[in-house]
Design a protein around this ligand. Structure first.
Ligand code: G3I
Length: 305
């Protein structure tokens, strides 16, 4: 195959990109997306502030644009994200525990039911653990008012809302073995032991010189897979340029291919100019949609030419 999506498909996997609805009208953007990728993740359009900015009043218009585009091209869609401390409208943080519980469950249910049958995997809970060595939960309205059980409740509600979607926990700085990934590992292990629904773990994989690709990246993916969940690389970007960047992208791709339950990978944007890292060049395409050395490294690692 001569495209990322085609080469990944030949390996039984998807290759996706984070997509922003407001770029779909740019012909080179859409052409690159449609040619190279067979999965999309809405970069911001499915987040709580985008779909439910006031309580129980839902607006799916921008997310629907991406879903419609993806469906027209038979791409898979990852749903991102249902329960997260960020991009959370102010009204959510103002609720008491009883109202917050019902608002969380209502949000999960209404969003998942709107997209029922269209989403391959949902990031049900995103970034619930702190950085650093504590392995502790991150402060958020959900954590602070509902306690540790909010994650289990969110996953149980999600399973009931759309029994056919894969349910993922997604986080960053969990890409190698460390206190944070150990905490996520223990959560998943506990869920599997007690029959709490969880199908996959997402490893965001935002890498730069402070946070390089860990030496034990593949082993870390494998230990989660060994718990009986799929693993996915969900928001990949790697700062740098030239052959050093290409080498890092190759390693990440090879790690996913070496783990049979690594079902696919997603890069967090298409051309560098639209990366969330405003001044960086962390993606596979340059500002003119030219293929960077990192692109060739990924394609070759996937077995494409
Ligand atoms: O939509 C408004 C627009 O109306 C306004 O004019 C403009 C002015 O600043 O802001 C726009 O909102 C921005 C939004 O992206 C859409 O472009 C926000 O300011 C900006 O903060 C937001 O950034 C997003 C970030 O999540 C927010 O946390 C990035 O695009 C998005 O790439 C990033 O993605 C996250 C994942 O969801 C979770 N993991 C980490 C990853 C990178 O931070």
């Amino acid at each position: 195959a001569s495209t990322l999506g085609g080469a990944a498909a030949a390996k039984g996997r998807y290759f996706g990109a984070a997509v922003a609805a407001n770029h779909l009208g740019e012909s080179q953007y859409a052409a690159t997306l449609d040619t190279e990728f067979n999965s999309v993740t809405p970069e911001n359009e499915m987040k709580w502030d985008a779909v439910e900015s006031s309580r129980d009043s839902f607006n799916f218009s921008r997310a629907d644009q991406i879903v419609g585009h993806a469906q027209g091209k038979s791409m898979q869609i990852r749903g991102h994200t249902l329960v997260w401390h960020s991009q959370l409208p102010g009204w959510v943080g103002g609720l008491n525990a009883t109202d917050l519980r019902s608002a969380m469950n209502n949000h999960i249910t209404k969003v998942m039911q709107h997209y029922q049958g269209k989403i391959y995997a949902w990031d049900v809970v995103n970034e619930a653990f702190q950085d650093g060595n504590s392995g502790a939960r991150r402060s958020s309205p959900f954590q602070d008012k509902l306690g540790n059980g909010f994650i289990e409740e969110a996953f149980r509600t999600a399973r009931a809302a759309d029994p056919n979607a894969k349910l993922c926990y997604n986080d960053y700085n969990t890409d190698g073995q460390n206190a944070k990934s150990n905490a996520v590992y223990n959560l998943v292990k506990d869920f599997k032991a007690r029959g709490v629904p969880i199908d996959c773990v997402g490893f965001q994989s935002h890498f730069n010189s402070q946070s390089p690709v860990p030496g034990d990246y593949q082993q870390n993916l494998q230990r989660f897979a060994d718990l009986g969940v799929d693993v996915q690389i969900t928001e990949l970007d790697i700062e740098g340029s030239g052959s050093a960047q290409a080498d890092n992208y190759r390693r990440v791709t090879q790690a996913c291919l070496a783990v049979s339950r690594c079902t696919g990978m997603t890069v967090w944007g298409i051309p560098d100019k639209y990366s969330w890292r405003a001044s960086g060049t962390p993606l596979l395409f340059d500002d003119n949609y030219g293929k960077k050395p990192a692109y060739q490294a990924v394609l070759t690692a996937l077995g494409g030419t």
